[in-house]
Ligand binder design. Structure first.
Ligand SMILES: Nc1ncnc2c1ncn2[C@@H]1O[C@H](COP(=O)(O)OP(=O)(O)O)[C@@H](O)[C@H]1O
Ligand SMILES: [Mg+2]
Length: 297
């Protein structure tokens, strides 16, 4: 995979056995903070010498991190975790190669990739926990090179959640990304044309755009019992050519029977109306009547 994302670029240099050892480390990390070398040897069924060679190779590639304490152990790096995921996406014939970065979101890195038919697709690589990891790292120096598996599992859970929510919405022709597949913390989806609303300089008919967004929320609420819960101008894409919107970024979406459902809906709509008021000079009904419209009172 010829590219900028390290975990993907390195994939071509990894043998089946290298991947197997990486996988083993991941499995062992579910039991402790580090995967002890002797356990990696036992579980893999490889000879100690071969395991050590592989560990030294993938350590040099920075796919794993070493820890020396009462025992010698390893944990994955983000690149190692990316490599494991991309390997599966490749084996499933969903992603052939990874290209340039599209951007860095609040909690994810977005990359262009190509599938096996040479069609461009989008990878959303979840990085939930990255920020908190950096915070911990800054605060507590001795944690400097300790990675906790919980960080990866947080990212994995967020991705799974987003995938599940989006997959329940797929058959409706809603303006959301079309799913192609996922593994661990990476979702593969189609590319939506357009720019984030926050960067739009021109809207053909701002009021119509706002109406479309409200309509979308109504369908989400009434037909699917879902509230987006992070509906900002960063998560709405606008295609100027087609005058079309799309809504993205769903890991935090909640069900309408969530205890904070109404609070979150009100927060979304207050923000949205406020944004359209300030940036596009749209004066609208009171938030409360828009909410009533959405929930169908
Ligand atoms: N399917 C997609 N098509 C085009 N751009 C996308 C797509 N998914 C994400 N992006 C771009 O990446 C940015 C971050 O994605 P988002 O899903 O909002 O993640 P985050 O949780 O990190 O904010 C978006 O603001 C958007 O510009
Ligand atoms: Mg976002």
């Amino acid at each position: 995979m010829p590219i900028a994302l390290r975990g993907a670029r390195l994939l071509k240099d990894l043998s089946k056995n290298d991947i197997r050892i990486l996988n083993m480390i991941e499995t062992l990390l579910k039991k402790g903070e580090y995967a002890p070398v002797d356990k990696i040897v036992t579980y893999s069924g490889f000879r100690q010498k071969d395991v050590e060679l592989i560990l030294s190779k993938i350590h040099k590639l920075k796919l794993i991190r070493r820890w020396t304490g009462q025992f010698v152990g390893y944990t994955l790096s983000f690149a190692g975790f990316d490599a494991l995921s991309l390997n599966v996406l490749y084996e499933k014939k969903l992603v052939y190669g990874v290209g340039r970065e599209r951007g860095v979101g609040k909690e994810s890195d977005i990359y262009y990739a190509v599938d096996f038919e040479d069609k461009e697709v989008m990878l959303k690589i979840n990085r939930t926990g990255r920020a908190s990891f950096q915070k911990i790292k800054r605060k507590r120096d001795f944690l400097k090179d300790k990675f906790q598996y919980s960080i990866f599992s947080m990212a994995e859970i967020a991705s799974k959640r987003e995938y599940k929510i989006l997959s329940d919405l797929q058959n409706e022709n809603l303006p959301i990304p079309k799913l192609i597949g996922y593994n661990r913390h990476i979702i593969v989806m189609d590319i939506i044309d357009g720019i984030e609303l926050v960067n739009a300089q021109y809207l053909k008919k701002p009021i119509k755009t706002l109406e479309k967004i409200i309509e979308f929320n109504k369908i989400l609420y009434q037909k699917h019992q879902i509230i987006h819960a992070d509906l900002t101008e960063f998560n709405i894409l606008y295609d100027e050519e087609k005058d079309k919107i799309a809504i993205i970024d769903f890991p935090q979406a909640v069900s309408t029977d969530h205890p904070n459902a109404l609070y979150l809906l009100r927060r979304d709509l207050t923000h949205l109306l406020d944004y359209f008021g300030k940036k596009w000079y749209i004066s609208t009904d009171e938030v409360e009547s828009v909410i009533d419209y959405i929930i169908g009172n």
